[in-house]
Design a protein around this ligand. Structure first.
Ligand code: ATP
Ligand code: PH2
Length: 194
């Protein structure tokens, strides 16, 4: 049994409904228990074509009996079920599921790198993760501190969307979802940022 962090993103179609559906698919999957879910944050696209729509991003914490490659297959099957296409690198997508951390495993295989090789520099992953779990660590560093150093932090909107799931259905939810201290000034409207 391993704990893992899965990042969800969408910037095409009914983004909130797609994230909700993907979370539902994860919850329904054999061998997967969703323990907690972050708030849904609005984020400016990082990379990809100019002018693509803003993303909704969230992360979830799961417990699973699956192995890492089975987990990758499950993530890809969920993407496929929601018509995710792969035509443009970092282009618009209905739903994207990335394995950020898988029980602390380290690997660099052709189809799977763990932890996710770009996650430590991505505020669109780190901010919702730190809001869900202010003490979380990635590669020995606190996620909330990594978030403060991420280049895309100014692209995270102070707005959040309604939660993906009723918190009472999440075994590990502690009523969190607060913005950690060090991130608070950044998640103000741009005019009020330091
Ligand atoms: N930790 C990981 N989580 C998900 N996919 C991974 C991981 N490591 C390697 N991959 C590989 O990355 C490939 C490309 O995935 P995808 O098209 O979703 O990339 P992306 O989400 O657009 O970009 P990025 O990888 O920068 O997040 C997948 O086919 C998968 O084999
Ligand atoms: N804001 C934002 N930008 C991205 C995202 C994402 O989920 N959110 N995903 C990417 C590839 O995984 C590339 N760029």
């Amino acid at each position: 049994m391993r704990h893992a962090i899965i990042a969800l993103g969408s910037n095409l179609g009914d983004r909130a409904e797609l994230l909700r559906a993907a979370l539902g698919d994860l919850r329904a999957a054999e061998g997967v228990e969703v323990l907690d879910a972050s708030p849904v944050v609005v984020t400016r696209p990082v990379g990809g074509p100019e002018g693509q729509p803003d993303f909704l991003n969230a992360v979830v914490k799961i417990r699973t009996t699956l192995g890492p490659f089975e987990m990758l297959q499950l993530c890809q099957a969920i993407e496929d079920a929601h018509d995710r296409t792969h035509d443009i690198e970092w282009g618009p997508r209905t739903v994207d599921l990335d394995i950020i951390d898988f029980g602390g495993l380290s690997m660099d295989e052709p189809t799977l790198t763990l932890p996710h090789p770009r996650a430590a520099g991505r505020a669109f992953v780190l901010v919702p993760w730190a809001m869900m779990d202010p003490e979380a660590r990635l590669g020995g560093r606190r996620v909330r501190e990594l978030a403060q150093e991420a280049d895309d932090l100014p692209g995270i909107s102070p707005r959040t969307h309604p939660p993906l799931i009723d918190p009472s259905e999440l075994p590990h939810h502690d009523g969190g979802g607060r913005v950690p201290e060090g991130l608070r000034p950044w998640l103000q409207p741009p005019a009020e940022r330091p």
